[in-house]
Design a binder for this molecule. Structure first.
Ligand SMILES: [Zn+2]
Length: 334
C-alpha cells in the first residue's frame, strides 16, 4: 500500500473523528443539560404537587395564608386591596384557644367568649345566652363600637351572636346559621335610649319601598360594619342592597358593596358573617362571592318574576347535612 494512500486515509479518519466529536459535543451541549434540567424540574414539580396536596388536606395551612389578620399593617393592606375605607384601627387577631368546627349553618365552637354591654354597645335581647362570640368577633364588635363612636353616631346596638358552645338555636328560632360565633345581627337602630333590650324591630325597607327610617346614619352604620377585611359577607334585604348601590356605586372605597349580599328577610337588621379565623382549620368557609359590586343584574334579578317551573326537571337532592363529630363530643361534655 503506498504511503501517500495511508496518509490520506489517516487524514480522513482524523477528520471523521473530529467531526464525530464535534457533533457529539453539540448534542450534549444542546440537549444534555436541558434534558436533565427538565427531568429535575419534573421531579421537583411532582414533589411540589404532593406537598400542596398534603397542605390542602391540612386546611389550616391554607386558611393561615388567606385569613391572616395578625397585624394592623396586614389588615390595612387587605382593606386597600378590597377597596375599603379604613375608618378606624383594626385589632390584630393573633390567635386564641377557641376552635370552630363545621360551618355557621352546621357547627359548633369551643372557647367562645361573652360579649358584654358598655356605654357604647347595647343589646337587643331575643333570648338568653346568645351573646357568645369567637374572640375575633368580640374584637370586630369592639372595633365597630369605636368606629361608630368616632363617626359621631349614637351607640351601637347588637342582636344575636351565638350560644356558648355554638350550634343551632332550636326549632323556635328563625336563625339558619349563627352556629360558630362568627355571625352577628346588627339591628337598624341606635341605642339612643337607656334600655334597648326589648326595643321593637325597626324596618328600613318594606319590599321595594324605602322607608323614612333608612337615614344617612343607618347607611353609615352599614358601611362601617361592612368595611372591614375580617368580614366575609353581610346579608341585607335586596332593596337595601339596591339603595346602597344607587347611593355608593360610583363613589370611592365602594368595595363594601361586594360584601353586601341581598337575601330574604333582613329588612330590620343586617347579618354580618366574619371569615374563618386562621387558627380554626376545621372551620368551613362559604363559597366565595362572585367578583364585582353585584349592583347590576344580580341585585335587579331579585325583583324579577321567578322563571316558570319546569314540569319535568326534578330539583337535585340536597346533600345530607353532617354535623362534625367534634360537636357531638363538645356538647356531650357540657
Ligand atoms: Zn342573623
Amino acid at each position: 500500500m503506498p504511503v501517500s494512500f495511508c496518509v490520506y486515509m489517516v487524514k480522513i479518519m482524523v477528520r471523521a473523528a473530529l467531526l464525530f466529536a464535534l457533533v457529539a459535543g453539540l448534542v450534549t451541549a444542546c440537549s444534555g443539560p436541558s434534558a436533565l434540567d427538565t427531568v429535575a424540574a419534573t421531579r421537583a414539580q411532582a414533589r411540589t404537587t404532593s406537598d400542596s396536596a398534603e397542605a390542602f388536606s391540612k386546611q389550616g395551612t391554607i386558611l393561615l395564608a388567606t385569613n391572616d389578620f395578625s397585624t394592623q399593617e396586614r389588615m390595612r393592606a387587605l382593606a386597600k386591596q378590597q377597596n375599603l375605607a379604613v375608618l378606624s384601627a383594626y385589632t390584630p387577631y393573633q390567635g386564641s384557644t377557641a376552635r370552630i368546627y363545621g360551618s355557621t349553618a352546621l357547627g359548633c365552637i369551643a372557647g367562645a367568649v361573652p360579649v358584654t354591654e358598655s356605654p357604647d354597645l347595647k343589646f337587643q335581647v331575643w333570648g338568653r345566652g346568645r351573646n357568645y362570640a369567637h374572640p375575633i368577633m368580640a374584637q370586630y364588635l369592639n372595633d365597630l363600637r369605636l368606629r361608630v363612636k368616632a363617626q359621631g353616631l349614637p351607640p351601637l346596638v347588637v342582636g344575636d351572636i351565638g350560644l356558648k358552645y355554638g350550634g343551632p338555636y332550636g326549632p323556635k328560632s328563625n336563625h339558619a346559621s349563627h352556629n360558630t360565633g362568627i355571625d352577628v345581627d346588627l339591628p337598624f337602630f341606635f341605642a339612643d335610649s337607656a334600655d334597648v333590650s326589648s326595643h321593637p324591630d325597626v324596618y328600613i325597607v318594606k319590599g321595594q319601598k324605602i322607608l323614612p327610617t333608612f337615614t344617612p346614619k343607618i347607611a353609615s352604620l352599614i358601611i362601617s360594619a361592612t368595611s372591614d377585611p375580617r368580614v366575609d359577607r353581610v346579608f341585607v334585604a335586596p332593596m337595601i342592597k339596591m339603595r346602597m348601590c344607587q347611593l355608593y356605586e360610583n363613589k370611592p372605597n365602594n368595595g363594601f358593596l361586594h360584601k353586601l349580599r341581598p337575601w330574604f328577610g333582613h329588612q330590620a337588621h343586617m347579618h354580618v358573617r366574619l371569615k374563618c379565623p386562621s387558627d380554626s382549620p376545621e372551620c368551613v368557609s362559604q363559597a366565595p362571592i362572585p367578583e364585582g359590586t353585584g349592583c347590576g343584574y344580580e341585585v335587579k334579578s331579585w325583583f324579577l318574576p321567578p322563571p316558570p317551573k319546569s314540569k319535568t326537571a326534578r330539583p337535585a337532592p340536597k346533600p345530607k347535612k353532617v354535623l362534625p363529630q367534634q360537636c357531638q363530643i363538645l356538647w356531650s361534655q357540657h
